[in-house]
Design a protein around this ligand. Structure first.
Ligand code: CP
Length: 316
């Protein structure tokens, strides 16, 4: 695997290997006063975020630093992008400046894949490109960290029923999670207002329900999505109030879940609309565990792309 642009770059085996690798990194760091492994010493990772981020950007930076890589965060507003430099010229410049990995977030679906094409040399060399969220398309490392969290909390993913709720239309998290969880053998159910379901949903490996309350009693996990108002051009239907009434996970609804079931949210949360304040802070909520797991998953992905493994799963 040269890049991680989409969940379709993974097979069930490589996805499970990445979860196992993340676990090895997590265990390797337990109890250490100095969280520094020599794994990526001498490698240069550049994060290039054309959209805001807290969790993804910080966790890639922490992951790289814990593995001793040099990590450079390219601040877009302070870069020559603000002088009109194109995406291609920016990517080629960072490649020429020595990036071994480019971690890219961009509002345009497909931008990281385009960067991977531009920076690939005739001999196939070039930086590893990781999609850190592109438009409404994909967020593969989010799906991996969610799968890792589900495995920690529920054991096996295969056979579990995962209900994904909310603004599916604009959610790269939903798209990547639906693919990855189905690939790992889960049953995925989407619950969304009809106006917030994408055209072509029939081709997704999911079933669609329209009543959250009908789905909760049989769910092993419920994954709440952020309502992405910034992608709606000011027209949000249903209204925020209607949305909260029909699709918000409040305390009363949380009690309809089986006792073992957990509540995920990729963050940032809009408390009071898609998720209740007490639900977000309840013991069932995995929100902060997902953030912690994001560091270990990103360590595993950087390791896989920058060091590689042979067919037997050993580092090369
Ligand atoms: N889940 C997620 O992508 O969060 P950030 O936008 O803060 O990176």
């Amino acid at each position: 695997m040269k890049h991680l642009l989409s969940v379709s770059d993974l097979t069930p085996d490589t996805a499970l290997e990445l979860l196992d690798e993340a676990n090895r990194f997590e265990q390797a760091l337990v109890g250490r006063e100095v969280r520094k492994l020599p794994t990526l010493r001498g490698r240069t990772i550049m994060t290039v975020f054309y959209e805001n981020s807290t969790r993804t950007r910080v966790s890639f930076e922490v992951a790289g630093k814990w593995m001793s890589a040099d990590v450079i965060n390219v601040g877009i507003s302070a870069s020559s992008v603000s002088k009109g430099e194109s995406l291609r010229d920016t990517a080629m410049t960072l490649h020429a400046a020595g990036a071994d990995a480019l971690v890219v977030r961009h509002p345009a679906s497909g931008a990281p894949a385009q960067i991977a094409n531009w920076t690939r040399g005739p001999d196939g060399t070039g930086p590893a490109v990781i999609n850190a969220g592109d438009g409404t398309h994909e967020h593969p490392t989010q799906a991996l960290l969610d799968a890792y969290t589900l495995r920690q909390r529920l054991g096996e993913i295969a056979g579990r029923r995962i209900v994904i709720v909310g603004d599916v239309l604009h959610s790269r998290v939903a798209r990547s999670n639906a693919q990855l969880l189905a690939m790992l053998g889960a049953e995925v159910v989407l619950v969304a207002p009809p106006t917030l379901l994408p055209v072509g949903i029939d081709s997704w490996p999911v079933t669609v329900g329209h009543s959250l309350e009908a789905e909760l009693p049989a769910a092993d996990a419920v994954m709440m999505l952020r309502v992405q108002a910034e992608r709606m051009n000011g027209s949000f239907f249903p209204s925020a109030r209607e949305y909260a009434i029909s699709y918000g996970l409040n305390e009363k609804r949380m009690l309809m879940l089986p006792e073992h079931a957990v509540v995920l949210h990729p963050g940032p949360m809009v408390r009071g609309m898609e998720i209740g304040f007490s639900v977000a802070d309840s013991p069932r909520s995995t929100v902060l565990q997902q953030v912690t797991n994001g560091v270990h998953i990103r360590m595993a992905v950087l390791f896989r792309l920058l060091i590689g493994v042979d067919d037997a799963g050993e580092a090369v």
